[in-house]
Design a protein around this ligand. Sequence first.
Ligand code: UDP
Ligand code: MG
Length: 336
Amino acid sequence: MIPTLYIIVPCYNEEKVLPVTSRMFSEKIGALIGNGKISEASKVLFVNDGSRDNTWKIITELTEKNFRFAGLALSRNRGHQNALWAGLMEAKRYADITISIDCDGQDDINAMDAMIDAYYDGCQIVYGVRKERKTDTAFKRITAEGFYHCLKWLGAEVVFNHADYRLLSKRVLEELANFKEVNLFLRGMIPLVGFKSTSVYYERKERLAGKSHYPLGKMVSLAFDGITSLSVKPIRMIIALGIFVSLISFAAIIWAVVRSFMGKTVIGWTSTMCVICFMGGIQLLCLGVIGEYIGKIYMETKQRPKYIVEKSAGLCAEKEDLPAETKNGRIEQPPI
Ligand code: UDP
Ligand code: MG
């Protein structure tokens, strides 16, 4: 059976780039259908993540002009990971495979062919991996690669230089739906699902228009989310630090008592302050890290919905509800 592909595209304030990239997505999906690799029912699903510009207006116009486009509007901005999750979870009702991609044209759309070929070879997950980071600034390259090394060192399994450009099969999506966590870090969660997987390499380009939504602050927050969602090693490091500091303190206490018995005690304000500051600092640092995990547990226990769909456009209720001629594969490729 020819699989139905849904290309999932999260969009936040992307009015500048959407008119350009929507055409690219439509052409790609048309070519893939033409090659007989994917079914006629395949679509591009845009997820509007509470944009404040004309993004949703553009999406609805696209869905009216071309039935290959569909849209979902979240009730507010929930961030890239949640928007992507919303798209994947909604698409799994209609699609046999999904490919998630950013809407700014940075990821090479032609890598999709190789991804689908890998799916035909039996892979359930195909990771899009950047060959090199020529278009990134030196700062972004060093921080991003450092982040992957740091995650690996902390014991979290992630694919090096892979972001959120990937193919997932329906089987993987169904298993992924059982992951109930609300702090989403998809590139760490997906390797946990397992199944046969592979990587496809591509060159990452500059954004076609608009500007990045990941300034340094957001990148650090995503990195922190990634580490704390995937690894408890920081807590273990605190325990090791606690043991180390306690041993030193114990030795210092013995030394102080011995000095006191020898009658050589000098009560110094400086040393007292140093100890208080040192201990206070270490304790606050440890409390901060532990607090981060407690905060996560707090959020998890709430079991809040990860997204709320406000409205949709161009989506059928179920795959069976598709028009008969689409099911039989007789619909012509529409004009873009
Ligand atoms: N995005 C989103 N919600 C947000 C921020 C970003 O859906 O709150 C989308 C954005 O429209 C884009 C993708 O996530 O399609 C990646 O964002 P961006 O290109 O700004 O990140 P960068 O490539 O610079 O890391
Ligand atoms: Mg981008």
